[in-house]
Design a protein around this ligand. Structure first.
Ligand SMILES: [Zn+2]
Length: 463
């Protein structure tokens, strides 16, 4: 399996440090707000990497953190307000209750789109001691200094590799860097906080050798990734927006603390755009996975939609495309149920399809090609149905579309179909035959056979 490594700017073979076991860390949800489809697209990348490696028969050990320490973009500005505090005020809950609520919601939304839970799901608030320890190590090794305020800063000039991931080297940062940390005690404008002294507006704070405060966001991921995966591990994932400063700072911290490279491969997911606007924390454009369900769409179809675009490219989300994906996934499930029992062995044609699918997935998760292979197989006159069924069932380990659902449960009309059936019966009763015919056409276009019976309209999948 090959992946594009942001660090080397090349597609590379996944070659684990520990032979036979791939260790992976993913930046997880921030739990004072809901996760949206943009976050889920990023988490889907991690899920796909894990599934694709397992599909190749490899063992994967995955860690994804929960960021339950409130963070602001501008945490050391005197006017900054703790976002966790804002949520506390808005919702009348205590910080840990807020964190618990949004953690549960995030995990439920991830499950809705078929994202498998990681092996370990560490919470930042359970690892404050490890973060303090890492900060102390960085001070001892000359990479960090304590300011009069009680905040501890990373000295970026002490780490020659700063900027190697994102290209934002110190030279590049001299021009036009937005200075987000305004503490005058900072030696270089790009120095970032490992530990922040708690101001008056701070609800979540912990004692430390430097006074009451809270950890910087970046230090959380360095401390938790190395605690669970050791100081050399294979893959680190996240959204494109985390490359800088989050991941750049994580490299400076982890490598500064241990003195060698920690992460082999950095993989970043592209943005999801909604009507041309980036769905990110800063915009108001937020669609959540449960909204798909409310609209009668299968949330697993979001996977099929995401597969149409390479993970590194920006992806446009439209409801129309989502509905098309939903219809296609339901159609595939129906076909699988019609293909009968799965074959035990594959003929030559089926083996050819299998090879194409596996090659696409192993090629830096080329899911648009994998989707084409699925569509080609579905239509192919050369592969017996029983072999199609066996192939799709096996590929579903990567696709995660629950393709055998209809075969397992028998076919049931969905809400959309039932609504059209009811509307058609009403139209016929009102002798509005033009509308009735139109609805019959629409039902047929959904792959259904439409029958007029004494009890009204009946539908079943067209075989
Ligand atoms: Zn992170």
């Amino acid at each position: 399996m090959r992946l594009y490594n942001t660090l080397t700017r090349a597609v590379e073979e996944v070659d684990p440090v520990e032979p036979g076991r791939v260790k992976l860390y993913a930046c997880g949800p921030t739990v004072y707000r809901y996760v949206h489809l943009g976050n889920l697209r990023t988490f889907l990348l991690t899920d796909l990497i894990r599934r694709a490696l397992a599909f190749e028969g490899r063992e994967v050990f995955a860690v994804q953190n929960i960021t339950d320490v409130g963070h602001m973009t501008d945490e050391s500005s005197p006017d900054a307000v703790d976002k966790m505090l804002l949520a506390v005020e808005d919702e009348g809950l205590q910080p840990l209750e807020i964190a618990e609520k949004y953690t549960e919601e995030a995990l439920a939304d991830m499950a809705l789109v078929g994202i498998r839970l990681p092996d370990v799901l560490p919470k930042a608030t359970d690892h404050i001691a490890e973060m303090i320890e890492l900060t102390q190590t960085l001070i001892e090794r000359g990479h960090a200094y304590v300011a009069e305020s009680g905040s501890v800063y990373y000295d970026v000039t002490s780490f020659p590799g700063y900027g190697k991931l994102s290209g934002n080297t110190l030279d590049a940062l001299k021009a036009g860097h937005r200075d987000l940390e305004t503490d005058p005690a900072k030696r270089h404008h790009a120095d970032f906080a490992l530990w922040k002294a708690a101001g008056p507006g701070r609800l979540m704070k912990w004692p430390s050798p430097w006074g009451d405060g809270f950890p910087g966001w970046h230090v959380e991921c360095s401390a938790m990734s190395m605690k669970y995966l050791g100081d050399r591990f294979d893959i680190h994932t996240g959204g494109n927006d985390l490359k800088f400063p989050h991941h750049e700072d994580e490299i400076a911290q982890s490598e500064g603390a241990v003195g060698h490279q920690v992460v082999s491969t950095w993989v970043h997911a592209g943005f999801l755009r909604l009507t041309g606007q980036k769905i990110a924390k800063s915009t108001g454009n937020v669609i959540r996975a449960p909204e798909l369900v409310e609209r009668g769409l299968d949330p697993l179809a979001f996977r099929w939609l995401a597969f149409q675009t390479r993970y590194r490219s920006e992806m446009d989300f439209t409801w129309e495309a989502m509905e098309t994906a939903d219809r296609r996934v339901k159609q595939l499930r129906r076909h699988v149920s019609e293909w009968g029992e799965p074959a035990g062995e594959l003929g030559e044609a089926a083996a050819g399809f299998d090879g194409r699918f596996r090659a696409a997935v192993a090629n830096d998760l080329d899911m648009p090609t994998a989707v084409r292979v699925v569509n080609d197989l579905d239509r192919s006159p050369d592969v017996p149905s029983s072999e199609k069924r066996a192939l799709l069932a096996s590929w579903d380990e990567v696709l995660g579309l629950d393709v055998e659902r209809d075969a397992r449960e028998g076919w049931e009309p969905g809400e959309e179909i039932l609504a059209k059936v009811a509307e058609r019966d009403a139209a016929r009763e009102g002798k509005d035959y033009a509308r009735s015919d139109q609805l019959r056409d629409e039902l047929q276009a959904m792959g259904l056979e439409v029958m007029d019976t004494a009890e009204g309209t009946r539908v079943r999948p067209r075989s």
